[in-house]
Design a protein around this ligand. Structure first.
Ligand SMILES: Cc1cc2nc3c(=O)[nH]c(=O)nc-3n(C[C@H](O)[C@H](O)[C@H](O)COP(=O)(O)OP(=O)(O)OC[C@H]3O[C@@H](n4cnc5c(N)ncnc54)[C@H](O)[C@@H]3O)c2cc1C
Length: 457
């Protein structure tokens, strides 16, 4: 019987689901899977993207943990593909590789002044509040008026964390240093800007509704944004999700805080629709002073057009949450326009010829771009794995497929990798840290500490 020795790079949901699906697929050959992960902990954006106050996602973690805990997938954590291990290494030791490296950085927003001090990508802020080991441990929360550009769930997540009182996050798994900094935040007003109307937003009703439940935060919507065109009315009438979003927003129009006319809370969350960012104005020190935006209107074809009317809102800090973007991997084709690995249904294509690159596959956000929920990575993985299984004739023929070759290689390169038992140690350590405070866990943040705990050093 043939054996498939498979490397998967990236232990986010896409990589873990791909491994799980392959192991459960009916096939005529044995499989052994090694999962390489850059971080000393698995789960990708489920651990380092999903907001700490979204505990309902814990169910997904339980499912992913169940897959790893079965013990039929070898994990090599704290191993960076491209540095610690290369494509040539993988070809020497495996029949194929699936890349599931996701996306960690912000898409760029090309407007004048976006390079100002105090102008940030939301992805960096998210990585900070979720305790990602590779971002600075401090965050300068010094502004009273903060802007958030974007109308997707990431924008709402980051805006919510900015507006929320730190004590209301204390029961979650936020790292201690994040709590301390959020506690000192002088923020009073968070302004969220979307370039389209309320019926065209990208966020989901649940995330929107959550904003209205924040303790001591008034929601501020503006009547002028609700002069719906026919396309918006149609969307509200025919799309259940849009209908619920509209219902939530209409309720907020009835609040004393609507149109910024009143309200009693110490903090406010303003939702500005039909607002296309045009320029970030800087103060004398080069820091964010204001956002200039153009009012837009519906163009009748589902898009928007500018009205020529410019407005300006003074801000001390600005975030852009207009999407994530994948990063290139060494020696692996990359589509720099879309931030993905070029592929046909998960079969990776050569960068310049669109021909299939044998033995190389992709799944998850690095395959189809950074959109969609965790659940979508499952159907993605199914498609990729189906091709992998059917492509047996074009798998690589490794010169040394032995299981011992990889630990020996990493050892020879002085890579301090972590394994499944190590992840259990770190996991238990974090849970124990949270116990005295009645919290589910407290994340360990510094990478060297994570590695030491995992390796029992
Ligand atoms: C801020 C935010 C909030 C979200 N909230 C939700 C939510 O509430 N609910 C929901 O369903 N979905 C949510 N999502 C979407 C969800 O996180 C994604 O759908 C999912 O994580 C994508 O999975 P992935 O495995 O493709 O990528 P990722 O989760 O990004 O995993 C990729 C993994 O690859 C690793 N990696 C990258 N490069 C290398 C390398 N060179 N070598 C080795 N390893 C590498 C990374 O460290 C990471 O662990 C959210 C996303 C974001 C950004």
């Amino acid at each position: 019987m043939t054996k498939l020795r498979l490397a998967i790079v990236g232990a986010g949901p896409a990589g873990i689901y791909a491994a799980d699906i392959l192991l459960k697929t009916e096939r005529s050959f044995d499989v052994s899977i090694d999962l390489f992960e850059h971080l000393p902990a698995p789960y990708g954006l489920v651990r380092y993207g999903v907001a700490p106050d979204h505990p309902r996602i814990k169910g997904v973690v339980t499912a992913l943990r169940g897959v790893l805990d079965r013990g039929d997938i070898r994990i090599f954590g704290n191993v960076h593909f491209g540095e610690d291990i290369t494509l040539d290494d993988l070809k020497k030791h495996y029949n194929a590789v699936i890349f599931s490296t996701g996306a960690v950085r912000d898409a760029d927003l090309d407007i004048p002044g976006i390079d100002a001090g105090e102008s940030y990508g939301a992805a960096d802020f998210v990585s900070w509040y979720d305790g990602h080991p590779d971002v600075p441990r401090t965050w300068p929360l010094t502004a009273e008026h903060v802007g958030m550009i974007g109308n997707g769930n990431v924008a709402l997540d980051a805006a919510r964390v900015l507006a929320k009182h730190a004590d209301d996050l204390l029961s979650t798994e936020i790292p201690n240093n994040v709590y301390e900094i959020l506690k000192e935040s002088p923020v009073t007003d968070v302004h969220v800007f979307g370039r389209r109307g309320p019926a065209q937003v990208k966020f989901t009703p649940l995330e929107l509704r959550e904003l209205g439940e924040l303790n001591d935060v008034d929601m501020v919507v503006y009547d002028e944004d609700f002069d719906y065109d026919e396309a918006s009315k149609e969307a509200i009438a025919t799309n259940k999700q849009v209908k619920v979003i509209d219902r939530v927003l209409q309720k907020w129009r009835e609040l004393p805080s609507a149109n910024n006319a009143g309200g009693t809370a110490s903090r406010r969350m303003h939702l500005h629709f039909w607002a296309r960012p045009v320029e970030v104005k800087k103060d004398a020190d080069g820091n964010v002073a204001a956002l200039v935006y153009e009012r837009t209107k519906a163009d009748g074809a589902g898009g928007v057009e500018g009205t020529g009317e410019m407005r300006e809102i003074p801000l001390g800090q600005l975030y852009r949450a207009i999407g994530y973007f994948g990063s290139p991997l060494k020696d692996v084709p990359f589509d720099a326009r879309h931030g993905v690995i070029p592929n046909h249904e998960g079969k990776v294509l050569q960068e310049d010829s669109n021909e299939i690159l044998p033995g190389v596959y992709a799944t998850g956000w690095i395959k189809r771009g950074p959109v969609g929920l965790i659940g979508h990575t499952k159907s993605d993985a199914m498609e990729t794995v189906t091709h992998l299984v059917n492509d047996q004739a074009s798998w690589w023929q490794p010169e040394d497929p032995s299981a011992e070759a990889i630990p020996a290689l990493l050892e020879s390169r002085n890579v301090k990798w972590t394994d499944l038992a190590g992840w259990h140690r770190l996991d238990q350590h974090e849970v124990a840290l949270g116990e005295p405070q009645g919290r589910e866990r407290v994340k360990v943040v510094p990478r060297d500490e994570m590695v030491k705990i995992s390796r029992g050093e």
